[in-house]
Design a binder for this molecule. Structure first.
Ligand code: CO
Length: 221
């Protein structure tokens, strides 16, 4: 293998990063070895422009992360459900953040009905979100705005999906304090917006879900 194939630059970046962390705090890695105690679970899009830890200013050990195309929470997805169950029941996180982003390519493919390959099966759940909200989306004049709104509606739906898992229902039934949040990130300015889906109990879900779907999102105020 030639040097280029070994991603030399990334390995060098890593060495420099580890040295910087140690220079700032000589015990940093030693402390993390003991145990991770993150208070937050992040469920976000795989998009390279939305780096979870960076945009909320959290360090290694502070954020448990699950990412997939279009931040979907699907009740038959063993991967996402395992992350959720482990973070709620073992790590006992206090907050779950479902974070979408404007300009999401997966959401756009679902909006247009594009054929991209196997990922179309995955994006089927976002197509369902589009169909569920068809009346509202059809009233929006420009495709950019329809796209932005579907990005928001997708987050709202995925928050509801988290809340409807047996993991969350059981956690709330035993009075575990845990809140699910729905946020969206703006690629153009690096800012997060809260979509009003801050759910702390099963009883709150339906009303918040109804209101969040009916409310004009941050882009349509
Ligand atoms: Co995306």
């Amino acid at each position: 293998m030639g040097e280029l194939n070994q991603l030399k630059q990334l390995m060098e970046n890593n060495q420099a990063w580890a040295a910087r962390m140690l220079a700032r705090d000589s015990e940093f890695f030693k402390r993390l070895l003991g145990q991770q105690r993150p208070e937050y679970l992040w469920i976000g899009c795989s998009d390279s422009r939305v780096p979870a830890n960076e945009i909320v200013g959290l360090r290694p050990g502070e954020l448990f992360v699950h990412r997939n195309v279009a931040n979907a929470v699907i009740h038959a997805d063993l991967n996402c459900l395992s992350v959720l169950q482990f973070s709620v029941e073992v790590l006992r996180v206090k907050h779950i953040i479902v974070c979408g982003h404007y300009g999401c390519g997966g959401v756009l493919a679902a909006l247009r009905g594009d054929r991209l390959g196997l990922v179309d099966e995955w994006l089927r759940s976002v197509v369902y979100v589009r169909e569920k909200n068809e009346a509202q989306i059809e009233q929006i004049a420009s495709e950019t705005d329809r796209h932005d709104r579907l990005c928001e509606l997708n987050v709202i739906e995925q928050v509801a999906n988290v809340c409807r898992t047996t993991v969350m229902q059981d956690a709330w039934a035993r009075s575990q304090e845990i809140t699910v949040h729905g946020w969206i990130y703006g690629l153009e300015n690096g800012l997060l917006h809260d979509l009003g889906m801050c759910v702390s109990s099963e009883a709150e879900l339906n009303e918040l879900y109804r209101a969040a779907r009916a409310r004009k999102g941050p882009r349509r105020e």
